[in-house]
Ligand binder design. Structure first.
Ligand code: MLT
Length: 310
């Protein structure tokens, strides 16, 4: 059987695939046209978030049996098309959650303390300590949208900073809120009104895309700070730019943008937005974990074995 890998996964993961005796081709940054041309030759494909697995792709992927998503979110994979054709989609929902949670905290603190801006300042051989005054986390209220795997890790870490944590998640049981000592908000509006910091941790779906937008910024506390380390557009980018220009949002920490790769977002022009190019899962630990896990899952699925995350 033949496996195609189109985005960077850990070498350990590639080793696992190769040791299985299957033929493995690694073609990073492959052009869409070439991908559509060659995919008929493969039984499985391993992707991250950039390769679009859509209807057009499936029409060319006539021998495909497995799509392996090295990571958590499957918003780049059209699930219906896979189901219709009996193609198994597997992902690694647990493998990089700690890294994503830690990156969220990193973005929050870095934006609250203007760390990247101050770093750029001194690297330009300047020493002016005014203009970088930040705010503390202790005693503030953090609003978490989505109390799933990553949201709950972020919640417990923020409690360690002495923050009150509230959350909105209509799909999570009251027991889970209690387990994490997080106050439940019945609706998004209540969360937005009460939060000093808002961090989103939902998948990107029709329901969540743009869920923090103009209406929410209208009722938010003046000076609210936001973080999006989940998916681009869950916090509406135009609404965020507007709210920042109107001084409603004091700072934003952003790891994800609509239409990645994206180097033209207007968010890039704002000094109080700190931004990373989708690095939430980019740690040694997470990438090894993800790479090895997805390799085993893809092999199991190809052999017709039970796969936990199918
Ligand atoms: C994920 O969904 O697991 C993350 O966004 C990381 C990634 O896509 O590389």
């Amino acid at each position: 059987m033949k496996i195609l890998v189109t985005e960077k996964i850990a070498d350990q993961g590639i080793e696992v695939l190769k040791k299985s005796g299957m033929e493995v081709d690694v073609k990073l940054d492959i052009e869409r046209g070439e991908l559509l041309e060659i995919i008929k030759n493969y039984d499985a494909i391993v992707v991250r978030s950039v390769t679009k697995i859509d209807e057009e792709f499936y029409q060319h992927a006539v021998n495909l049996k497995v799509v392996g998503r090295a990571g958590n979110g499957v918003d780049n994979i059209e699930m219906e098309g896979a189901t219709e054709r009996g193609i198994i989609v597997v992902n690694t929902p647990e493998a990089n959650i700690v890294s994503a949670a830690e990156h969220t905290i990193g973005l929050l603190i870095a934006s609250c303390r203007n760390i990247p801006q101050a770093n750029n300042h001194i690297k330009n051989r300047q020493w002016d300590r005014s203009g970088f005054k930040g705010v503390e986390l202790q005693g503030k209220t953090a609003g978490i949208v989505g109390l799933g795997r990553i949201g709950s890790l972020v919640a417990t870490r923020l409690q360690g900073f002495g923050m009150k944590v509230i959350a909105y998640d209509p799909y999570i049981t009251d027991e889970r809120f209690k387990k994490f000592g997080v106050e439940k908000k019945e609706n998004l509006q209540d969360l937005v009104k009460e939060s000093d910091f808002i961090s989103v941790h939902t998948p990107k779906t029709e329901e969540t895309f743009g869920m923090i937008g103009d209406e929410e910024f209208k009722i938010a506390k003046k000076g609210v700070r936001v973080v999006n380390c989940a998916r681009g557009g869950i916090i509406d980018e135009d609404a965020l730019v507007k709210a920042m220009k109107e001084n409603i949002v004091a700072s934003a920490g952003i790891d994800v943008l609509v239409d990645e790769p994206n180097t033209t977002s207007p968010l890039l022009d704002l000094n109080n937005v700190i931004i990373t190019p989708h690095l939430g899962a980019d740690t040694v630990e997470a990438q090894n974990n993800v790479g090895v896990t997805i390799a085993h899952e893809v092999l199991s699925a190809l052999k017709g074995e039970m796969v936990p995350n199918a």
